[in-house]
Design a binder for this molecule. Structure first.
Ligand SMILES: C[S@@+](CC[C@H](N)C(=O)[O-])C[C@H]1O[C@@H](n2cnc3c(N)ncnc32)[C@H](O)[C@@H]1O
Ligand SMILES: O=C(O)C(=O)C[C@]1(C(=O)O)C=C[C@@H](O)C=C1
Length: 247
């Protein structure tokens, strides 16, 4: 994957545009997400490990909001069940183009990987096939809040018995003190990863209108409302968490 460092917010911008997953972001995305999301490499690798426990022969595994396909690559490193395939979906053409290139590179380095299809589409309009495993790794937070339940309901209905959804998200906290503490610590994480105060402030402005985090309680209630029977947090680092939702 690209090693280009993220300097997108390093110089003062006259106005900070809303954040989009465009070509400039796609180019620096591996560096951006690793330096912005505490625990990201651990989450991605372990999604592969978890998927191997839930994947069923002859079924589809979905990576929804796949960006450059980091989760898809982890699925292909860890899952080897018979006649499974991965479908990676993203609505950013810049991401989809690079994702396909990276997966071709993975194909050329390793044998017997699960077949993969990369689809440029809005995940809200997808007709999901019967699936044993779905990953929404930091994607739901970019879906408009009123549409989140509908998406989770569609995923629940497509999930086979014994399957699982992994939902990773930035969290907000209902307790004000807890929210402030973990937000400050996240800023410290970004600083420790080389981001300046200007970069941190401009990125905050860029994402505030497009990324709306929910609390753990909201996620749990919405997942249950969508028809999931059990919600189990398996990872949290500061204000970023990942949940297993069982049908
Ligand atoms: C934070 S990134 C996800 C990171 C990725 N899952 C990973 O683990 O590296 C969010 C992605 O969701 C995609 N996305 C947002 N809304 C979408 C939608 N409605 N349909 C498809 N993709 C969407 C964005 O284009 C972006 O690539
Ligand atoms: O919350 C922040 O400050 C972030 O930068 C988070 C976040 C994310 O969670 O997806 C936002 C946009 C980029 O995709 C990378 C990281």
């Amino acid at each position: 994957m690209s090693q280009e460092p993220d300097r997108l917010f390093a110089v003062p911008l006259p106005t900070v545009p809303d954040f989009t997953f465009n070509e400039a972001v796609a180019r620096v995305f591996p560096d951006m997400i690793k330096r912005s999301v505490p625990g990201y490499p651990t989450i991605v690798e372990n999604i592969g490990v978890l998927a191997a426990q839930f994947a069923q022969p002859h079924s589809v595994l979905y990576d929804l909001g796949s960006s450059l396909g980091a989760v898809t690559q982890a699925l292909r490193r860890h899952v080897s069940c018979g006649d499974c395939r991965v479908i990676a979906v993203d609505n950013s053409s810049a991401m989809v183009e690079r994702c396909s290139e990276y997966l071709h590179a993975q194909d050329s380095m390793f044998q017997e990987l699960l077949p993969v299809e990369v689809v440029e589409a809005d995940i809200l309009g997808l007709h999901l096939q019967p699936t044993s495993f779905v990953a929404l790794n930091f994607t739901l937070q970019f879906i408009q809040p009123p549409q989140r339940l509908e998406l989770l309901t569609a995923i629940r209905q497509a999930l086979l018995p014994g399957g699982a959804l992994i939902l990773s998200e930035k969290l907000r906290f209902e307790d004000e003190q807890e929210h402030e503490l973990l937000t400050d610590l996240h800023v410290a994480f970004k600083r420790a990863n080389g981001y300046s105060e200007l970069e941190i402030a401009q990125k905050r402005n860029a994402i505030e209108n497009v990324m709306k985090p929910d609390s753990l309680e909201q996620h749990r209630e919405r997942l249950l409302a969508a028809g999931f029977s059990k919600v189990v947090p398996w990872f949290q680092c500061l204000n970023f968490a990942s949940l297993i939702a069982l049908p």
